[in-house]
Design a protein around this ligand. Structure first.
Ligand code: KG4
Ligand code: ZN
Length: 354
């Protein structure tokens, strides 16, 4: 079955065509990031205008890439949250129109869960491809005993993955999301938006031991909660001191970027591995834009190897927002779990991991 997935939760308009939940046949993505850069972050109205203008182009483009036509589509999947309310509504309107017009089912997808599913895309043939639905079917697409780590621009969380639709949140951020921390520190350093790739680029020439960022102490909550606002404030203090001392130069910026990146990466790696141990999980699945970061990928690979944990992460191209992950998870939810969403499905901007 061919699933058409739509993603419009932030500043990327994307349409993906996925067969059997795994094989990507076509994927069209246009980002409006260049139009937000002068404002230092995503402007919802600008993002929405671009979604309206681009969504039909992306549908046509994905179909053209795949050599398919609309009647070949058997299921429409769409991100319904979390994200910008207006942006989500545009994707939903497009998905409902296609579902209604083509007389095929609609399935709403949680963007955070889709980020984790991105790690499983393209990994061979789906174990459930095109088999008829049945009440006794187990969600076999998720590896057994796995922990998911979400590292995106809006969320940072660790969850035990009990099934395709069952998650037990083990910890989450108390303040900034990790991607948001990258974006804010990049702004302090005068780098553009999005900040993550810019920090990674200049950090490559920096000394990660020049500035010490201590691990945040978190009171209460769980051992797997995160906090990044302290590191960000420490970075602000270091920048101000360097500016006063006249040492705020390229060398300092590279060293601060490298030191900040090092502190954040070690925090994610330590808590990811510790959560796997606590949950007796053999697999760690990581998703979200920050897993595009090569230093994080390398350190996670090392630490998981040492702890004998299997690491699954998406290729860099599928780490940031895309529609293939939405189509893939949408297929699994529909074919494996029997989920179909009504045409009254609405946007849930604050949707969590559930
Ligand atoms: O998952 P995503 O595309 O959008 C959300 O769902 O939020 O994540 C975007 C975030 C941004 O904060 C961006 O700075 C960060 O991912 N990011 C990175 C890298 N590439 C993107 N952070 C660190 N290193 C990168 N290479
Ligand atoms: Zn995302």
């Amino acid at each position: 079955m061919i699933t058409l997935g739509i993603e419009t939760s932030c500043d990327e308009t994307a349409v993906g065509l996925v067969e059997g939940g795994r094989a990507i046949l076509g994927h069209s993505l246009v980002s409006s990031v260049a139009f937000h850069q002068q404002y230092g972050g995503v402007v919802p109205e600008i993002a929405c205008r671009h979604h309206v203008e681009l969504i039909t182009y992306c549908v046509d483009d994905a179909l053209r890439q795949a050599g398919l036509r609309l009647p070949d589509v058997g299921l429409v999947a769409v991100t319904y949250g979390p994200g910008l309310a207006g942006a989500l509504l545009i994707g939903l309107a497009a998905a409902k129109s296609l579902s209604f017009g083509l007389r095929v089912p609609l399935v709403g997808v949680n963007h955070l869960q889709a980020h984790l599913y991105a790690a499983l895309l393209g990994a061979g043939q789906s174990p459930v491809a095109d088999r008829p639905r049945g009440p006794a079917r187990r969600p076999t697409a998720w590896p057994a005993r796995a922990v998911g780590l979400i590292v995106s621009g809006g969320h940072t969380a660790l969850a035990r993955l009990d099934g395709l639709t069952r998650y037990t949140v083990m910890g989450q951020t108390r303040d900034d999301a990790v991607g948001e921390a990258f974006d804010k520190v990049a702004k302090l350093l005068g780098l553009g938006y999005p900040g993550g790739p810019a920090i990674e680029r200049i950090a490559a020439a920096g000394d990660p031991s020049r500035l010490a960022f201590s691990t945040p102490k978190i009171r209460g909550g769980t051992p797997w909660d995160f906090s990044f606002s302290g590191i960000k404030t420490a970075a602000l203090r270091d920048v101000q001191q360097a500016q006063q001392a006249g040492t705020f130069d390229d060398r300092f910026r590279a060293d601060l970027a490298a030191s900040f990146q090092h502190a954040v990466v070690e925090e994610l790696v330590a808590k990811g591995v510790s959560a796997c141990r606590a949950a007796a999980a053999r697999t760690l699945i990581v998703g979200g834009g920050v897993i595009a970061n090569q230093v994080l990928r390398g350190r996670l690979a090392e630490a998981c190897r040492a702890a004998r944990i299997r690491l699954r992460m998406p290729p860099v191209a599928l780490s940031t927002d895309n529609a293939a992950m939405v189509a893939g998870l949408g297929y699994q939810l529909h074919a494996v779990c029997g989920v179909t969403s009504p045409l009254t499905l609405t946007a849930e901007p604050n949707l969590g991991m559930r």
